[in-house]
Design a protein around this ligand. Structure first.
Ligand SMILES: CC(=O)N[C@H]1[C@@H](OP(=O)(O)O)O[C@H](CO)[C@@H](O)[C@@H]1O
Ligand SMILES: [Mg+2]
Length: 558
């Protein structure tokens, strides 16, 4: 880094002083906090994104969103060259950058890191950053801060991609780095053409006509609703009605959205008993989460929730069916058995894990956070991952996709229109429809809709794949949540000593009891999860475990 670069950094850093005592952590999914304190963080993440671009010789993404958090919050996530989350290896550096108290310390940290990581500053490569933001009102000024951060690296270019869903930005980064068409209309075109392909391949005997055409979607008053309004105009065979688009005056994520629906298990605002029996879905604030639900027919505000675990199960059943067609009667020489794997977290309902294992699938658990699930799913030919809250996707390895393409070409020449060829084509269409960069509510929704029609299933048939065990989630405010250290994909507490034993004895009092605690990576709380054979038992187990957390770590304790 030459003198000009250093003075450029120092000069612009002086324009973005951090609030006194700011302490942020990259957490489960980027920095999040009240938007009013994030100017300096955004500026610094602009710098980080530009450095990452120089290091990887690739286009990098910077998304300004706080997802399902309240509207006054905001946040930032970085998308790596493949469209996935920022490499965990760089997370400590992002923490240091965000928390550096003054411009001099910031500069020193950057100089040291550039040296350590050997980041080239020879001008041979132009750093390029794609910036996106959700609909939060604070997004615009935070975008300016991020742009200035990017530009404080001499020669780096910031492209404002406008208001986008998080998965759209990740998709664009991935597409750009693969040299593919990467605009928003290319994204829509890819989704719609692969959806049409799946619809055209629906077997004649499918009871598709019996399925309600209409789907009502809760857009969480955010960006997802806006984008779905665009998509729905280009669809045929599926009627989408979007509620909570944000245009009716509703507030982002307030009493609406996938997080609210999944955690509270009640109807979102704008839905009621007049929607009973109709297939409904809910997106979160940046449209990377999707859950389905149906409104209970009695006049209560209760819903039948069809969560991420059930979306995963639906996808798994469909993929498995296509694989058994394709692999059951292999014609030709080029035969291969795909390794299919399923990835969940400890929040997955126990009944879903049992169901998936019963199907004969390999199921693995990782810690919470898409970065862990995604990395694990990428180890399979086809890896399906979902968090119970509705964030997930299906990953196809490059190796498997090349095999599939070749197989499809071979089958097209020897048995055009055969079931085998159709199965290959369906799998190829799924790989194009479902976002390969990150979980995407919009592409997930289109895949769910296509599969339901393929199966001839109503939302009720789908929901009956298995019966969820009653579960309850609670949050406990403690003095220092980092005092909770867990192991085995967060299912066991290692510290503070004695807490796990105490939790175990509460679990032992319940039939089918399971409970675990972990510090949240996005909120200043310890989360408690409990499930058991009845609602009462799940509630009481969650309450007892929350009391234990409070006793071991409560606000008063040290
Ligand atoms: C129980 C739960 O839903 N946790 C969520 C939540 O993380 P926490 O670390 O639990 O706060 O936000 C993450 C980012 O959206 C998401 O990946 C994760 O699943
Ligand atoms: Mg989200």
């Amino acid at each position: 880094m030459d003198v000009m670069q250093r003075s450029n950094l120092l000069e612009s850093a002086c324009l973005f002083p951090p609030p006194l005592g700011l302490k942020l952590s990259y957490g489960t999914a980027g920095f999040r906090a009240d938007a009013s304190i994030l100017q300096s963080t955004m500026f610094r993440m602009g710098i980080l994104a530009a450095l990452r671009s120089l290091k990887t010789h690739s286009v990098i993404g910077l998304m300004i969103t706080a997802s399902h958090n309240k509207v006054s919050d905001n946040g930032v996530k970085i998308a790596d060259p493949c469209g996935g989350m920022l490499s965990q290896h760089w997370e400590p550096f992002s923490d240091q950058l965000a928390n550096a108290p003054d411009p001099q310390t910031l500069l020193l940290l950057i100089v040291e890191f550039v040296k350590k990581e050997n980041i080239p500053f020879d001008g041979a490569f132009t750093a390029e950053i794609l910036l996106g933001r959700d609909t939060r009102p604070s997004g615009e000024s935070l975008l300016e801060a991020a742009k200035q951060g990017v530009r404080s690296i001499v020669g780096a270019v910031a492209h404002d991609m406008g208001i986008l869903t998080t998965p759209q930005l990740h998709w664009m980064v991935r597409a750009r780095n693969k040299g593919l068409k990467a605009t928003e209309s290319d994204y829509f075109e890819q989704l719609l053409s692969s959806f049409r392909c799946l619809m055209d391949l629906i077997p004649n005997e499918s009871k598709m006509d019996e399925i309600e055409d209409k789907l009502i979607v809760d857009g969480a008053n955010g960006v997802g609703g806006e984008k779905l309004e665009v998509i729905k105009k280009m669809l045929s065979g599926l009627v989408i009605e979007v509620h909570n688009t944000g245009k009716e005056g509703g507030i982002l994520n307030e009493g609406v959205g996938a997080d609210f629906v999944q955690k509270e298990k009640v109807v979102p605002h704008g839905f009621g008993s007049n929607h009973a029996g109709i297939r409904c879905a809910s997106l979160d604030g940046d449209a990377d989460r999707l859950v389905y639900f149906s409104v209970a027919s009695n006049s209560s505000n209760k819903i039948d929730l069809v969560d991420g675990d059930k979306i995963l199960s639906l996808f798994a059943v469909f993929i498995k069916e296509q694989l058994s067609i394709l692999e059951g009667d292999m014609k030709g020489n080029n035969n291969y058995k795909a390794r299919l794997g399923v990835v969940q977290t400890a929040y997955a309902n126990g009944a879903s894990t049992d169901y998936l294992k019963h199907l004969g699938l390999e199921v693995v658990l990782t810690p919470t956070g898409v970065k862990y699930l995604h990395a694990r799913a990428a180890q399979y030919d086809i890896g399906i991952y979902f968090e119970a809250n509705g964030h997930g996707t299906i990953l196809f390895s490059e190796h498997y996709l090349s095999w599939l393409e070749a197989k499809h070409t071979e089958l097209s020449s020897i048995s055009q229109g055969s079931e085998l060829q159709k199965a290959a084509l369906r799998l190829l269409a799924v790989s194009k429809l479902i976002n390969q960069a990150v979980g995407d509510a919009l592409s997930g929704l289109l895949l769910v809709e296509a599969i339901l029609r393929h199966m001839g299933w109503s939302i009720h048939n789908w929901n009956e794949l298995y019966q969820d065990l009653p579960s309850r989630q609670l949050k406990v405010k403690v003095a220092d949540r980092t005092a909770v250290v867990t192991a085995n994909a967060e299912t066991v507490v290692m510290s503070p000593p004695g807490l796990q034993e105490a939790i175990n004895s509460e679990i032992a009092k319940c039939i089918k009891g399971r409970s675990f605690v972990r510090p949240s990576g996005t909120e200043d709380v310890v989360r408690v999860y409990a499930e058991a054979s009845t609602e009462e038992e799940a509630d009481s187990l969650a309450n007892s475990v929350a009391e234990l957390v409070d006793r071991f770590l409560g606000v008063g304790s040290t």
